[in-house]
Design a protein around this ligand. Structure first.
Ligand SMILES: *Cc1c(COP(=O)(O)O)cnc(C)c1O
Length: 375
């Protein structure tokens, strides 16, 4: 058995090597490294796949969030509601733009922001909400969108971990993660479900005037070269990355199915193990399992992590510290005890290896070792 990895990008590459290599070679042949035709082609392909009217490629998922907030004209001092339990990027761009992050706790089973608490987070300065579709399934978008619409707040979906997840509204309407709110953002970091071979990101919207603004801000605030209508940033998806992503997008459904197969096998193996809580499935969303994350009870998480490490099984803690308690963000007034669910989760979550190339014998070994820890 090969050494087990959290994500096996090498085996994945080997399986699509022919397609990827020729896509890269084509870029090399034309040397259109920036804004080559592959960028537009990929954006169109991704729009077609997700059902978003507009896709604006950019340099990474963090830029995508920043550009989204700039395009929505959020002004310094404005407040944006964000979950305390997520990756730092979401809150980082809020702080960078001089906005104020207003943290909200998450639900203990699906990890989405606790929408019951939205009302209590409102102030006259609230301008937006950023639901994060953590680990690969959608937040309760129906509730969040209704809530936001009534108060004229903007909704930016952080879809970095959930590309391809499908949400069903109570009236039967079906749409993909990232296309539900005013703007959706995603990341093509190599380990993400649709990952490139470097950095990359994209922004989704169904609103044409917002799309134009997003495009302009991502390109130095210009529509016409050297004429700058607004302050922008330089955030581009490389042609090479776009070419690779076009190839990989054709495999995304198959990748999501593989991840689900791995998750189902883990679920079946762990659902009756005392001390383990398996991932809960959100009611109205499919899951694309960017992470397969267990909750380990009885204060045993770190001990299990160490035990697995000894058996050469990697595992990861996403995330060890909630954002309101991160040193950089203490200035926003966070204190221990403010968000008990997020704080507790940071002590309990453990993500196991999950990827598109997981072999049955590898997974059997992981299952056997995790189970043996609890017996
Ligand atoms: C990965 C990630 C990002 C940032 O994406 P980058 O491409 O690394 O900038 C943002 N939010 C979440 C939830 C992520 O997982």
């Amino acid at each position: 058995m090969q050494s087990i990895q959290m994500v096996d990008l090498r085996s994945q590459y080997e399986r699509i090597k022919g397609e990827v290599d020729s896509a890269i070679q084509e870029v090399l042949n034309t040397t259109a490294f920036i804004n080559g035709p592959q960028v537009k082609k990929f954006a169109e392909k991704l729009a077609n796949y997700t059902g978003a009217k507009h896709v604006i490629p950019c340099a990474n998922g963090t830029d995508a969030l920043q550009i989204a907030m700039m395009a929505l004209d959020f002004k310094p001092g404005d407040e944006v509601i964000v979950p305390a339990f997520t990756y730092v990027a979401t809150v980082e761009v809020i702080a960078l733009l001089g906005l104020k992050p207003v943290f909200i706790d998450v639900l203990p089973d699906t990890y989405e922001l606790d929408y019951h608490q939205l009302e209590s987070k409102l102030s006259p300065k609230t301008v937006g909400i950023v639901p994060v579709h953590l680990y690969g399934q959608c937040s309760n978008m129906e509730y969040i969108l209704d809530f936001a619409r009534n108060l004229n707040l903007k909704v930016i979906e952080d879809t970095a971990q959930a590309i391809g997840a499908v949400y069903t509204f109570s009236d039967g309407r079906v749409a993909q993660a990232g296309t539900l709110g005013d703007i959706g953002t995603t990341s093509f970091f190599p380990s993400k479900n649709l990952g490139c071979y470097g950095d990359g990101g994209a922004i989704f919207t169904n609103n044409s005037s917002l799309a134009e603004k997003l495009q302009m801000i991502a390109n130095h605030g210009q529509k016409k070269k050297y004429f700058h209508d607004s302050i922008g940033v330089n955030s581009r998806l490389d042609t090479m990355q776009a070419a690779i992503l076009s190839v990989k997008l054709d495999h995304l459904n198959e990748y999501s199915s593989s991840r689900n197969r791995v998750a189902d096998r883990y679920d079946a193996a762990f659902k009756n193990v005392k001390g383990i809580i398996i991932p809960a499935r959100a009611k109205n969303s499919t899951h694309v399992f960017h992470q397969y994350t267990l909750q380990i009870e009885g204060g045993k998480r770190d001990e299990l992590k160490f035990f697995l490490q000894e058996k050469e099984i990697p595992s990861m803690i996403y995330y060890p510290v909630p954002l309101h308690l991160q040193k950089a963000y203490l200035e926003f007034g966070g204190k221990e005890g403010d968000f008990p669910i997020s704080e507790e989760l940071c002590k309990k979550v453990l993500s196991l290896p999950i990827h598109t190339e997981m072999k049955t014998d590898e997974q059997d070994y992981i299952i056997e070792m995790v189970s043996s820890f609890f017996n």
